[in-house]
Design a protein around this ligand. Structure first.
Ligand SMILES: Nc1ncnc2c1ncn2[C@@H]1O[C@H](COP(=O)(O)OP(=O)(O)OP(=O)(O)O)[C@@H](O)[C@H]1O
Ligand SMILES: [Mg+2]
Length: 373
């Protein structure tokens, strides 16, 4: 039971009294339930909607990447999402990256390695967290050693110094013990719905702060994977990070509120809002993409006999298309035919050509516009 209200709290001292889960069930009141309903509904809609997409994972790749892309100078230099991802990961230093870019550095790899680990093992446990952390931080370290003096400071990500706002638990076996309790709660508690468990666990994970760094990013990825594990999502396609980064002050404030005042309710509402807003945003994108897909299909099919449903799907599986892909799907084996096809697609406005050095890429401008808006 959560008795944090009765415990004297000092932000400069390791918070070894961090209460174990579950918190009191009374934190789920009417307002929380109403919000939970809205968030659950938006999430269920997303989960259904996503299966109508030719490539569900494109959403998370492109939406997350757009956030970083729009706020850095790397715009327009790289032509495929893959290259952009690689360029972001290879050239940007974590310490100097802005929050949006820092988020996508190794985000995809970390998400994937957690997702694959989960689909193999099926159990949601500490090892998943460690795996994500290792990818996020590009390290082989594990849970922080008991002597490491980790603190959270004000304005931590912008500049190094600042007053201490929180000191996580520290001491022999204490992090492991609290993590075990956390995963036990996630796996076995039946009094809380999975979405609420995710919200509760996210606070707890950040409060335990099991790693020397990267706890925020690891925790945000864990949220998604837990939703997948609980079958609330078939693919980890909810980009909660943007909402959290955009509302960072509020997010920090409400996290601290749980520690200092046992104020679970504002925290739960924040997380449910994040889920609802993000799912709605993605739903809107999917609707727009599907509508555009249909319009493009109709338009192109009328003019080009060889334009198939499969090709249309492929052209909407990602915004940057290589000629080779069109060749494979349309069955245009000769160079002349393929060149003619590409010209026709460009004339119709389905794709536009972009030359990068010796390579020509084709861009689905409609798709790109929807993703960037
Ligand atoms: N008062 C607090 N109590 C518990 N956790 C907190 C508190 N304030 C912030 N945090 C968590 O600590 C995270 C930052 O920790 P850390 O630097 O290890 O993660 P990061 O991934 O490197 O950073 P970021 O989350 O800023 O990208 C925040 O994202 C937040 O989740
Ligand atoms: Mg950090």
């Amino acid at each position: 039971m959560n008795t944090s209200k009765n415990i004297k709290y000092d932000r400069n001292v390791p918070y070894n009294n961090l209460p174990e889960l579950p918190p009191s069930e009374s934190i789920i009141d009417k307002e929380v339930l109403l919000k939970w309903g809205l968030a659950s509904r938006a999430l269920a809609e997303l989960n259904k909607n996503v299966l109508r997409m030719p490539n569900p994972l494109m959403l998370i790749n492109t939406i997350s990447l757009q956030e970083a892309q729009s706020s850095t100078a790397i715009e327009n230099i790289f032509t495929t999402e893959d290259e952009l991802y690689k360029a972001v990961s290879d050239t940007v230093k974590e310490e100097t990256a802005n929050p949006a870019t820092k988020e996508v550095l190794r985000y995809r790899e970390a998400l994937w390695s957690g997702y694959t680990a989960l689909s193999k093992k099926k159990t949601f446990d500490k090892s998943i967290a460690v795996k994500i952390f290792q990818q996020v931080k590009n390290t082989r370290q594990g849970i922080r050693p008991q002597q490491s003096q980790v603190t959270i400071k004000r304005g931590q990500s912008e500049f190094k110094s600042g007053e201490i706002i929180y000191t996580p638990p520290r001491g022999a076996g204490i992090v492991e013990k609290k993590l075990n309790n956390l995963f036990e709660f996630l796996n076995n508690n039946t009094a809380f719905d999975p979405l609420l468990k995710m919200a509760v666990a996210h606070y707890q994970f950040e409060a335990i702060h099991p790693f020397t760094d990267g706890n925020g990013r690891t925790g945000r990825i864990l949220n998604l994977l837990y939703l997948v594990h609980q079958k609330l999502l078939s693919h980890p396609v909810l980009y909660l990070s943007k909402y959290i980064i955009m509302h960072k002050d509020d997010y920090y404030h409400r996290l601290a509120g749980v520690t200092q005042r046992g104020a679970w309710k504002p925290w739960l509402l924040f997380m449910l809002n994040a889920v609802e807003a993000t799912a709605q945003h993605s739903n809107q994108k999917i609707d727009e993409i599907l509508a555009q897909m249909e319009a493009t299909h109709k338009h192109a099919q009328k003019k080009l006999k060889w334009y198939s449903y499969e090709l249309n799907q492929a052209l909407f599986s990602q915004p940057y298309i290589k000629q080779k892909l069109v060749g494979e799907i349309s069955g245009a084996t000769s160079r002349t035919t393929l060149t003619k096809y590409m010209q026709q697609l460009a004339e119709l406005g389905v794709l536009s050509a972009q030359v990068e050095g010796r390579e020509v890429f084709y861009i689905n401008d409609d798709l790109l516009r929807i993703l960037q808006e």
